[in-house]
Design a protein around this ligand. Structure first.
Ligand code: HEM
Length: 380
């Protein structure tokens, strides 16, 4: 695809609803940031972590106002550079430590557990709140060796965190969200001090400070499950709109292929950020040092179907294999057990609408009354 370069600020686009179709060029100034779109431009940014630093990856999109900041300071909240936002040399060791919990063998061994969790959740009426919501969280906690966790509390903290860091939030909403953000952090610090769980033990043994461990786990426990909840939500909503696809999803390989297509065209992580360390020319556009880039991952794929949904290069997503497995196994399990399942409404679903995360908040479903007399069978 050819891009027209428009050097003037392009302000007709809302960053929070941004799609590639609206952008006139591969590198486009929008409201004080630079939006980068298309496979080759996005890939060239991610492939050069020295020029394009990840330091702003977890910076709040809406600047934190004094009242919310005071609340975070009271909770001693901090997000030091650890994984996604770390351009320093400490990244390699921390990445290796986390990767040891997510090896292909450990992930593959979770398949039967994922199937049984999906089967236990088949009688819900909403595929988001009754199935996609907690399943990835339970799987992640088991992989990281964290037991006795209050899953609803963790989900509430992580939803608040997503909105706090990636939302277009009013001052009062920001202050409200700062409470659960701080609580989440304090919970992580106390688990670290108690060495409560394999992940915290490993971090302590590796000599990671309480502050760094809490920052790392804060990101990992959000990124490692909210995104998969969102992927499942997008995938269910899309698959149930296509009866012939739903009928085929139980066959070998179909769910995997479909998940890959969702990742290419409607990934849950729609954008990711970088900041330039020096003046640089990207796709013919001169960027100053310190330029904030918003990379449009959604729709960034090439003619071979390779995509950027999990990023690229040094910070490539450590959970890509797990997310792919969970999504394909859950879709296959549900489609095989409930071939007649249908959407309760064909209206577009309410969406989570944050700078980096977009997915249906709800996918209400029903089974035809004739088949089950209004009762969904309990399977499992
Ligand atoms: C559909 C689900 C997911 C999507 C779309 C996704 C997407 C991403 C993206 C775009 C990045 C940034 C990559 C870059 O900067 O080049 C990332 C990083 C990361 N993701 Fe995921 N992710 C998903 C699931 C997961 C899961 C399940 C885990 C853990 C179990 C996870 C852990 C991480 C970690 C630790 C990083 C930081 C890696 C680093 O900086 O070295 N993600 N992910």
């Amino acid at each position: 695809m050819q891009f027209r370069i428009r050097p003037l600020p392009f302000d007709g686009v809302d960053l929070f609803t941004l799609t590639r179709d609206e952008l006139p060029s591969a590198v486009c100034p929008v409201s004080g940031r630079w939006v980068v779109s298309g496979y080759s431009a996005v890939r060239s940014v991610l492939a050069d972590p020295v020029t394009y630093l990840p330091d702003n990856a977890l910076t709040a999109v809406t600047p934190v106002r004094p009242a919310a900041l005071r609340s975070l300071v009271r909770a001693r909240f901090s997000l030091p550079p650890t994984l996604a936002n770390n351009s320093s040399s400490s990244h390699t060791g921390l990445r290796r430590l986390v990767a040891s919990f997510l090896t292909p063998a450990r992930v593959a061994a979770m398949e039967p557990r994922i199937v049984s969790l999906a089967l236990e959740r088949l009688d819900g009426v909403d595929l988001v709140s009754d199935l996609a919501w907690d399943l990835p969280c339970i799987v992640l906690l088991e992989l990281l060796g964290l037991s006795s966790v209050d899953v609803p509390a963790l989900k509430a903290w992580s939803a608040a965190s997503l909105e706090f860091f990636w939302g277009d939030v009013s001052p009062s909403r920001q202050l409200e969200l700062a409470g659960p953000v701080g609580e989440f952090h304090q919970w992580l610090v106390s688990r670290y001090h108690a060495r409560d769980g394999a992940l915290f033990e490993a971090l302590a043994d590796f000599g990671v400070s309480a502050e760094d461990a809490a920052g790392l786990c804060y990101f990992l426990l959000i990124a490692g499950q909210e995104t998969t909840t969102q992927l499942l939500s997008v995938a269910f909503d899309r698959a149930l709109r296509d009866r012939s696809l739903w009928a085929r999803l139980g066959s070998p390989g179909v769910a995997e292929e479909f998940v890959e297509d969702v990742l290419r065209t409607a990934p849950p992580v729609v954008t990711w950020r970088r900041v330039t360390s020096r003046p640089v020319v990207l796709d013919g556009v001169s960027l100053p040092a310190g330029a904030e880039l918003v990379l449009l991952l959604a729709g960034a794929f090439d003619s071979n179907g390779r995509h950027m949904a999990f990023g690229y290069g040094r910070h490539y997503c450590l959970g890509a294999g797990l997310a792919r497995l969970e999504a394909a196994v859950v879709l296959r399990t549900v489609a095989s057990k409930l071939p007649d399942l249908e959407l309760a409404s064909l209206e577009p679903p309410p969406m989570l609408q944050l700078l980096s995360f977009r997915a249906p908040l709800s996918v209400p479903v029903r089974c035809p009354m004739s088949q089950f007399d209004g009762e969904r069978p309990r399977v499992g």
